[in-house]
Design a binder for this molecule. Structure first.
Ligand code: TRP
Length: 447
């Protein structure tokens, strides 16, 4: 029961929280939505919301974990004032992680497949590339289940090692590797003419392209990319040593997350503009458009494809670890389960639902897993994006802004932030963040 949680080292925490934040959202989603919504102006909104709202919420989530030093439910309960212990139920946001994993792990499986086809031969033209992806997506349920299982097993093995030997160690190796690969690709692309075009596309804002839908997507993505509202960051922060500076750690994580998204975007758009490809084709950007380009480059292209998909797998897996750990820690601490049982049961649950998710996009089965015209895949993703994560975000903001005693909050942050920054942060948490998140959820539900 309530065992002491093993503690991260400082660098271990920053890299693990970076691993949680940096995921498919950075390398796959950020570039393709930037492409769809026209580049510069969209990126600007994204950067401003990360700074004003995202980073504030990230720090707020860290406050709860670091103060509570328990699983999410336990942390809310521990630090809530006596008359507000019911807030412990807010900690149940931790199950959102498993919901996300039911489809996130399936997508990680696709990346494994692309690592494999980098070896056996990339598609060489658009039709070929579309067919390759489509064959996997709609006609290979069994293969997808096996690949999904690989990802489930990898994550489970890391989780069995616990905070220090599993999570910290894995992130200490993989996050530097990820950075190294992305920087390597950036250096390779920097002499392209396409690179200058990519910089222009991403950083020269054209506000005429900015409609309300683009703004909503940018704000929404700024939450998703920082992994806010799921209890992952809270759970990791529960394993922080007493005197850690969570302001600095939070800003560092937000910075790394943004940096990696921007580098990924620059790399992808440089290749695209150099070798001809449209930026606004949506989710197929990395699975359809990029492989053709890599194929054109011959042997070096194969190598680039390989490290690129490897980087994507790394980004996905380190996030996956953080999506399941909150449930594992909860089962361990609240129900007194052994870690092994907690890992096996939670992995088993999202594995099975993930199999249904795969059926929901596979020809021949999808009719049985489609509800109101939406596949189970879409439904789960939609409920996470527009309901579960915003709910988690609002609960965190309201709890830290209004329920938690101000001394506690000040005790964690004031000394590190200084008065001015603290005031801005506190205002953002009490008013700007909850309103922005509610506005977002409302708009997402409307569409
Ligand atoms: N931030 C992750 C990404 O960019 C996705 C994600 C959302 C996530 N919520 C999370 C990851 C919670 C870990 C924990 O891909």
């Amino acid at each position: 029961m309530n065992q002491q949680i093993a503690k991260f080292s400082r660098i271990g925490f920053v890299l693990s929280a970076t691993g949680a934040a940096v995921g498919l959202g950075n390398i796959w989603k950020f570039p393709y939505i930037t492409g769809v919504y026209g580049g510069g102006a969209f990126v600007m909104v994204y950067l401003v919301t990360i700074l004003l709202i995202g980073a504030s919420l990230l720090i707020a989530e860290m406050v709860i974990g670091k103060r509570g030093q328990k699983d999410c439910v336990g942390s809310f309960e521990e630090i809530a004032p006596k008359n507000a212990k019911g807030w412990k139920y807010a900690g149940l946001m931790l199950f959102t992680g498993l919901v996300i994993m039911t489809f996130y792990s399936v997508v990680i499986g696709w990346i494994f497949y692309y690592i494999y086809i980098s070896f056996i031969g990339l598609p060489t033209n658009l039709q070929d590339a579309k067919d390759t992806f489509d064959a996997l997506y709609s006609n290979s349920a069994a293969l997808q289940i096996v690949l999904h299982l690989f990802s489930v097993v990898f994550v489970a093995v890391v989780l069995l090692g616990g905070i220090k030997k599993g999570i910290e160690k894995t992130n200490l190796i993989l996050i530097p590797l990820l950075l190294f690969i992305l920087l390597g690709l950036l250096v390779y692309a920097i002499n392209f003419d396409g690179f200058t075009k990519a910089v222009d596309f991403m950083f020269a804002p054209d506000f005429s392209k900015l409609n309300s839908e683009a703004i909503i997507r940018a704000v929404g993505h700024s939450f998703f990319t920082l992994s806010i509202g799921v209890g992952s960051i809270m759970t990791y922060a529960a394993a922080l040593p007493k005197h850690s500076n969570i302001y600095k750690a939070g800003m560092m994580v937000a910075f790394m997350d943004t940096l990696i998204a921007l580098i990924a975007g620059l790399v992808i758009f440089s290749f695209l503009f150099e070798f001809g490809g449209a930026p606004d084709k949506g989710p197929g950007l990395v699975f359809v458009s990029l492989p053709i380009i890599f194929a054109k480059l011959g042997t070096i292209g194969t190598a680039i494809a390989l490290v690129f998909f490897l980087a994507m797998a790394v980004a996905g897996l380190t996030s996956a670890i953080s999506l399941v750990e909150p449930t594992v820690m909860y089962l361990e601490q609240r129900l007194g389960w052994f870690r092994k049982k907690a890992v096996i049961v939670s992995s088993g649950v999202y594995f099975v639902v993930g199999v249904l998710v795969i059926f929901s996009i596979s020809n021949g089965y999808k009719e049985f897993f489609t509800f109101g015209g939406k596949s189970l895949f879409d439904l789960l993703e939609f409920s996470v994006d527009s309901f579960l994560m915003p709910l988690g975000g609002v609960l965190i903001a309201l709890f830290v802004g209004f329920v938690l005693k101000r001394d506690i909050v000040e005790g964690e942050l004031l000394g590190h932030m200084g008065n001015g920054v603290f005031k801005i942060w506190y205002f953002s948490i009490r008013y700007i963040a909850p309103i922005a998140v509610l506005f977002l959820a409302y708009n997402a539900l409307k569409v």
